[in-house]
Design a protein around this ligand. Structure first.
Ligand code: C5P
Length: 242
């Protein structure tokens, strides 16, 4: 097959022009970065695992009525997705304190939060993705109040569903990051879940031992990164054969 035109290369994925108008091919790389590019490395096989894990989670979310950009997986490293206009926000949902919220408020990692907390970060590498308020988002026109309500509502539903899904396989969903996009169907616009959901953008801890099964193993040099991602895929019942 002729190589498709590359439209965008991010830290962990490449987007190519899709076979039909309004579609893109999302390619999962093995590259890993942390601290906004301060640390980088390659985790052999990560792209294959994340492609499978994200496919599985996007399909389960579609089944409960969450609109997503996912169309179908094409091969080990690629999936066909709808072309969307990415909203420049990283939406982080937290159930348990860890990472930046623990530092910001001096809360011990592992302490359950009084209720799930939704945070918004402005997606901008140069600025280091700063934390922003709903007022910033509306005033700067990144989303209108109605879109923001949609995004928050969907994020909470995704959280409820994923907490249940992961706890069923012995994993605690500590926190995760979502991205959303605008999808145009004729005159109609709707907000859909985009990007990926994988151990690259979730904190997943074993329910009993609190062992980290996510990208913190890379960020914090804990070793066995690929094995942790494989364990998540294995528990989800989707471990690729290779
Ligand atoms: O670093 P922090 O504690 O704010 O991260 C919260 C969650 O968001 C983590 O699950 C992390 O993997 C995810 N995240 C991400 N991409 C970023 C920042 C955070 O996927 N740029």
């Amino acid at each position: 097959m002729a190589r498709r035109r590359q439209l965008y290369e991010g830290k962990a994925k490449i987007l190519f022009e899709g076979p039909e108008p309004g579609t893109l091919v999302q390619y999962f790389k093995d590259d890993a970065t942390a601290g906004n590019g301060a640390k980088s490395g390659v985790i052999t096989g990560k792209g294959v695992l994340n492609n499978r894990i994200s496919e599985h989670l996007m399909l389960r979310l579609q089944e409960i009525g969450i609109p997503t950009h996912f169309i179908r997986r094409i091969n080990m490293r690629e999936q066909l997705v709808k072309e969307v206009e990415i909203i420049p926000l990283e939406v982080v949902i937290r159930n348990v304190a860890a990472g930046s919220i623990s530092k910001r408020f001096n809360i011990p990692e592992g302490q359950r939060l009084p209720r799930p907390i939704v945070e918004f970060y402005y997606k901008n590498d140069e600025l280091g993705d700063p934390l922003v308020s709903e007022d910033h988002i509306i005033a700067f026109g990144w989303a209108c109040p109605h879109d923001l309500e949609d995004i928050t509502g969907m994020s909470m539903r995704v959280n409820d569903f994923l907490c249940g899904l992961f706890s069923g396989i012995g994993i605690q969903l500590v926190d995760f990051k979502l991205e959303f996009g605008r999808c145009w169907e004729g005159e109609d616009m709707r907000i859909v879940l985009a990007d990926e959901i994988s151990p690259d953008n979730c904190r997943l801890w074993d329910l009993h031992t609190n062992e980290k099964l996510d990208k913190d193993r890379f960020r914090r040099d804990l070793g066995n990164v690929k094995e942790a991602y494989q364990e998540v895929a294995r528990r989800m019942g989707i471990l690729p054969e290779n």
